[in-house]
Design a protein around this ligand. Structure first.
Ligand code: BTN
Length: 329
């Protein structure tokens, strides 16, 4: 039947909205207008595609596992977004998802299109660093955004993304905190990072590419020896693997939610959430600036997203720099 895959996707979306909870066959058939027998057939077909779905006579169905692949087929039915991730360009391997997303943006890709890769051969971090990107372990994606913003406000989007990624990590059971501006830390180690690139006219952003890397199922031996002590993953933090497609969908959904709040309410709508999730505020920090290093207490995030650091010489407003947290809490 020509409509079968589409109906399967509908059943899958319905189950995904209630991940880890049972949904009765009656509720699914009532909502989607299928017979109970058709619901059962679609569940069987989904199982054949690698989805793990529990069935219990009096309780219904429960989605407990999705195939460990990151293509539109796995991610889209799990999404709860209007734009973000509705188009997914997926690759087995890329140099960097940011590079591909920038090409697509130049070719006219629309707001919300996402590039995902199973592996990156030249994954890039901030300040010329490498982002370790082993195959099929983690999440590497870049999203094309076309925000209505002057270029000077584009850095706010990186802070928005850090709030969204920390939210997705918390939903996955990891208490992730943000080191200014946008490093995600768990147990004091790096679990995710964000690399933002953009093209702009003097008064208007043309596109922004937000690149996000999240360590999901990497083990210690997947990180090179020189970063092993500073990096962690959901698997290392929780002792159990994260379903990658589910995490990707949760991350895209959180990202769109926070981007929408930012579009409506400006940075004020983000600032408090960033503060709540911060690993930086209240801490002694050293900040490497272009021409010098300062040491002081990270006091606050101002209304533009700049970090305010109290030093013996006064209050410094930091727009860009490398923060090191001093003294463990
Ligand atoms: C950092 O913390 O230094 C930023 C890391 C950003 C890594 C992601 S992985 C997906 C995207 N593609 C890249 O090459 N980099 C970003």
């Amino acid at each position: 039947m020509a409509d079968r895959p589409e109906s399967e996707e509908l059943v899958l979306s319905f189950l995904a909205e209630a991940t880890d909870e049972f949904v009765s066959g009656e509720a699914i058939s009532g909502k989607l207008g299928f017979t109970r027998a058709a619901v059962w057939k679609h569940v069987e077909a989904l199982r054949g595609r690698g989805y793990r779905i529990d069935a219990m006579p009096a309780r219904g169905y429960r989605l407990v596992g999705v195939p460990d692949r990151l293509t539109a087929l796995e991610i889209r039915p799990l999404l709860n977004t209007h734009d973000l991730g509705q188009v997914v360009h997926s690759y087995d391997e890329l140099t960097s998802t940011n590079d591909r997303a920038k090409e697509l943006a130049d070719e006219g890709a629309e707001h919300g299109e996402v590039v995902v890769a199973e592996a990156q051969t030249s994954g890039r971090g901030r300040r010329g660093r490498t982002w370790v990107s082993p195959a099929r372990k983690n999440l590497y994606f870049s999203v094309v955004l076309r925000p209505d913003l002057p270029p000077a406000r584009a850095p706010e989007l990186t802070l928005v993304a850090s709030v969204a990624v920390s939210e997705a990590l918390r939903q996955a059971g990891v208490d992730a905190r943000i080191k200014w501006p946008n490093d995600l830390l768990a147990s004091g180690k790096k679990i995710a990072g964000i690399l933002t690139e953009l093209a702009a006219d003097p008064d208007r952003v043309e596109w922004v590419v937000l690149g996000v890397g999240v360590n999901l199922n990497a083990r210690a031996e997947d990180f090179p020896a020189d970063v092993r002590g500073e990096a962690t993953s959901i698997l290392l933090e929780r002792g159990q693997p994260a379903p990658r497609a589910l995490f990707a969908a949760a991350c895209f959904t959180a990202l769109e939610g926070w981007l929408d709040r930012h579009a409506e309410g400006g940075f004020a709508a983000i600032r408090e959430a960033w503060r709540e999730r911060s690993a930086t505020l209240g801490r002694e920090v050293s900040v490497r600036l272009d021409d010098r290093e300062i040491v002081g207490t990270a006091e606050d995030l101002d209304e533009t997203g700049a970090l305010l650091v109290r030093t013996p010489a006064g209050l410094e407003r930091i727009l860009s720099g490398e923060v090191r947290l001093l003294r463990p809490r």
